[in-house]
Design a binder for this molecule. Structure first.
Ligand code: HEM
Length: 262
């Protein structure tokens, strides 16, 4: 693990070095990305607000926080769709009607894909990538709905259990994306029954990026390939057991066959 982290730090440091060099060369390519913004506030190294090592570790944090979570939700989305072929057919039909054959999926298509968005929300409800969010500490004693939470208490929010609570959701164990077509609930932190990214001032800062990445990746995968379970498995045989950890992994990694639909 330490070796992997060291290797990642070296890669990030190399990218920073390359960008610094290209910025100081005559041909300046303006990327206007996070790295450029950090380098802009870092101009005049001696008085810099952020050291090179802090910059590398910031990228490491973003990488670690964004990779497992995004890949986990994408794996669960594909698994749920393969277990529920009628929903898979519905998403693919929506994609065909919205995006032409051979056309590249773009960010502007996402809002035109309500069923795909519902599939993503439904998967977050059942399989939130960080099932207990991150631990929080209570600054002041507080009473919430009759429960006293003392100062300094560590608070874990069980979003996994909230997603399966029958007092909140009808047929909570059923994969039914349609439930989100009939309501305005989203995961942006305003609807407390669905907060896989947290809520409030410590809400995941990667939410806007994750929202785009997930939809674009799933839409591209489903639009360009026909998907089947590997090893001749039928949908009912697919093992959907979850393994608890900081992120919610599948007990059995998903094995699939993808055939180009071009
Ligand atoms: C499906 C994708 C993702 C999910 C479900 C997710 C979920 C979360 C959750 C639950 C938290 C803790 C919120 C809390 O404290 O209550 C968090 C924090 C964080 N996430 Fe994400 N995240 C995702 C993607 C990303 C991406 C793509 C990035 C960055 C590129 C990112 C960066 C971070 C960072 C830096 C924090 C810590 C923020 C803080 O301490 O205030 N996340 N995320």
């Amino acid at each position: 693990m330490t070796n992997h982290m060291k290797k990642l730090c070296e890669i990030f440091d190399g990218i920073i070095e390359e960008r610094i060099r290209s910025r100081s060369s005559k041909v300046v390519e303006v990327c206007n990305d996070v790295l450029d913004s950090l380098l802009n506030i870092n101009i005049g190294e001696a008085t810099s607000e952020l050291s090179r090592s802090e910059m590398v570790h910031l990228f490491l944090d973003l990488f670690v926080a964004g990779i497992d979570t995004t890949s986990s939700i994408i794996e669960w989305i594909i698994a749920e769709l393969l277990r529920n072929p009628d929903k898979l057919t519905k998403v693919r039909k929506e994609l065909c009607q919205t995006i032409g054959k051979g056309e590249t999926i773009e960010e502007s298509h996402i809002f035109k894909l309500p069923f795909l968005q519902a599939v993503v929300k439904e998967t977050f409800r059942l399989h939130p990538p960080i099932p207990l969010l991150l631990p929080h500490k209570c600054d002041e004693p507080v009473n919430i709905l009759g429960f006293n939470v003392p100062k300094n208490a560590q608070v874990l929010v069980n979003v996994w259990a909230m997603g399966r609570d029958p007092t909140i959701w009808k047929n909570p164990d059923m994969f039914a994306p349609e439930r989100f077509l009939e309501c305005d609930i989203n995961y942006k932190g305003n609807n407390f029954e669905l907060i896989p990214f947290g809520a409030g001032k410590r809400i995941c800062p990667g939410l806007p990026l994750a929202h785009r990445t997930m939809h674009l990746m799933v839409a591209s995968l489903l639009h360009n390939f026909e998907w089947n379970l590997a090893d001749g498995l039928i949908p009912e045989q697919l093992n959907m057991d979850e393994q608890f950890g900081l992120t919610l992994k599948r007990v059995q990694p998903l094995r699939v066959q993808a055939i180009s639909s071009a």
